[in-house]
Design a protein. Structure first.
Length: 444
């Protein structure tokens, strides 16, 4: 054998009329060139790992810059605590049940490596390539995966308390990673994109997520209690029967997500986008849905008891048998063109606002004001009508009010030009309607 300094063992075999070309051994430290003589064919076997390199693999060792690779080696059940694997090529290696506490794999290539049931607390995987690696049942508490590249990586049933996953996925993009049954209590996911990720049955208590995206993810049966999820997106994701209670999802996008039967009690859902989401039978009791957008959502049999829905929009949603008993801000929510009959919401009725309004203008235009009519609705929202003030002492009182729903559809019922004329008296503020400027009326 040429170009090889290690041990070589030659075994005589049956003759074959061909040369053996380069044989790249899967777990060697250098390329090996093997050949046969045409007159005496032989098979050449070479040690699978360079002995000096494998001898260095022991607790506390530094392999960075010394051992270029350990491809396909079997280090299962070994104590490798605090070993520095930085930059080492470990593709296909087996480290199942190994003790890797405090080890560092920074910039290492660990594709297809098996870490199943390994103990890996305080481990460093910054900027490493862990695509298709397996961490099933591993203990990864306080491990740092900042900027690690992941695709099809398996964390099933892993214990991952206080793990850091910033820019997770080599530039923030990773796909189809599995966290089924994993416990990520207290961990952080920031500036990451994990399309198609699976968290089925995962424990995500006190998880901190910011500016991250989980489109088409599967969170079936996951527990989110205490999660802080800000400015992220889970559109088209599946949350069926998931427990999101007491979580903070402020300004998150749940568009077309499946929240069927999910628990969202006492959750913060302010300014969330739930357009066209499936929320059949979901529980929103005691949650904050102020300024939320639920247009076109399926809210059948969902419960909103004591839920804050100030300035929320339910336009076009199916609210049949949805329970809004004691909901807070009901008169300030927009139920325009909803489908079905909800519980705890007065049915829409035609208002006499227009006729009464014009009568007031004709009889006494000098002193009038807008006041809310508690028993009248416009598109299932509170109606404000122009009412004549009979007590001259009330003229001149200043007030500012909104007209609901905040759409131009209101103009056809209480005509805007007439409303402006109706307001007479110093410093009265006309109501604000989308697309219409604010006016100040003065005494004629």
């Amino acid at each position: 054998a040429r170009h090889y300094s290690g041990a070589v063992r030659c075994v005589r075999t049956s003759p074959r009329r061909r040369d053996v070309k380069q044989a790249a051994l899967a777990a060697a430290n250098m390329k090996v060139y093997c050949f046969t003589k045409k007159t005496k064919p032989v098979a050449i076997e070479v040690a699978s790992t360079e002995p000096p390199c494998i001898d260095l693999v022991q607790p506390g060792a530094t392999l960075a810059g010394v051992c270029s690779h350990l491809r396909n080696v079997d280090l299962s059940h070994k104590d490798l605590s605090h070993v520095i694997f930085n930059g080492v090529d470990l593709r296909g290696a087996r480290l199942a049940h190994a003790i890797l506490a405090g080890a560092s794999f920074q910039l290492a290539d660990v594709r297809n490596v098996q870490f199943d049931h390994a103990t890996m607390t305080d481990t460093n995987f910054q900027y490493s390539d862990i695509r298709r690696a397996s961490f099933r049942g591993a203990t990864l508490d306080r491990t740092d995966f900042t900027s690690a590249a992941i695709d099809f990586t398996d964390f099933t049933d892993a214990h991952m308390h206080n793990v850091i996953m910033t820019n997770f996925g080599d530039g923030g993009n990773a796909g189809y990673t599995t966290f089924d049954g994993a416990d990520l209590t207290g961990s952080q996911i920031t500036d990451s994109s994990l399309p198609g990720v699976s968290f089925r049955g995962a424990i995500l208590k006190d998880l901190a997520v910011e500016d991250s995206y989980f489109s088409d993810g599967d969170f079936t049966g996951a527990v989110f209690k205490g999660i802080r999820f800000r400015d992220g997106s889970v559109e088209h994701a599946n949350f069926e029967n998931a427990d999101l209670g007491e979580g903070n999802f402020e300004a998150c996008v749940f568009e077309e997500a499946n929240l069927r039967g999910a628990n969202l009690r006492r959750a913060i859902l302010t300014e969330t986008n739930m357009q066209n989401a499936n929320c059949y039978g979901a529980a929103f009791d005691g949650s904050s849905l102020n300024l939320a957008d639920l247009r076109g959502a399926d809210l059948r049999s969902a419960t909103f008891q004591e839920t804050k829905i100030v300035d929320s929009t339910f336009g076009g949603a199916n609210v049949d048998q949805a329970d809004f008993t004691n909901a807070i801000g009901l008169l300030k929510a927009n139920f325009y063109e909803v489908k079905g009959m909800p519980i705890g919401v007065e049915p829409c009725v035609e208002t006499e606002c227009t006729a009464e309004f014009h009568a007031n203008i004709r009889t006494d235009p000098a002193c009038a004001t807008l006041k809310p009519e508690e028993n009248l609705r416009i598109g299932c929202s509170a109606a404000y009508c122009c009412k004549r003030i009979t007590d001259p002492a009330q003229c001149g009182n200043s007030f500012e009010t909104d007209v609901y729903p905040p759409t131009r559809s209101l103009v056809s019922i209480c005509e805007w030009d007439a409303i402006k004329k109706c307001l007479s008296g110093p410093h009265l503020m006309c109501p604000k309607v989308t697309g219409v400027a604010e006016y100040t009326a003065t005494v004629p």
